[in-house]
Design a binder for this molecule. Structure first.
Ligand code: FES
Ligand code: FES
Length: 155
């Protein structure tokens, strides 16, 4: 099947997509966008988090055909004119990146959280990021990054 969709503001067409092919596979392997990570392929880790239209989804759980005619935004599409998005910058500034495998998904999930709840409580942060697993940081620096990003976006 052919899938035509908009990714990070650009129209894309993927041909010969098979029915079981995931949106994550198409993004990474056909469109050359490796930011969304493939860790579990079961919707358990959040490393593949992207926006589908304006809803946060695990790209590994979305069939590519479901994205036909729709809009996807990945971690590569969050920045502005070559500058990092404030959420991306906050993860660097807070030292919340170690191996980095979880980081793109956490950045997209944090971006979604802060656009829904600009000044989240710690409980709201933990709930929003509960689907994003990190094996390295112990999460405290990730919480710091979200607080830094919220403060920056409020300025
Ligand atoms: S790779 Fe999609 S949730 Fe883990
Ligand atoms: S920084 Fe390594 S899994 Fe999170």
């Amino acid at each position: 099947m052919r899938v035509e969709f908009t990714v990070n503001g650009e129209r894309h067409t993927a041909d010969d997509v098979w029915p079981g092919e995931s949106l994550l596979y198409v993004l990474r392997e056909r469109l050359g966008l490796p930011g969304s990570k493939n860790a579990c392929e079961q919707g358990e880790c959040g490393s593949c988090s992207v926006y589908l239209d304006d809803t946060l989804v695990c790209a590994c759980l979305v069939a590519a055909g479901q994205a036909n005619g729709r809009t996807v935004r990945t971690v590569e599409g969050l920045g502005h004119g070559g500058d990092l998005d404030p959420v991306q910058r906050a993860f660097l500034d807070a030292g919340a990146v170690q191996c980095g495998f979880c980081t793109p998904g956490l950045v997209v999930a944090t971006h979604d959280l802060l656009h829904r709840i600009p000044d989240p409580t710690d409980a709201e942060i933990r709930e929003a990021l509960a689907g994003n697993l990190c094996r390295c940081t112990g999460y405290e620096m990730i919480l710091d990054a979200v607080r830094v990003a919220a403060a920056e976006l409020a300025r």
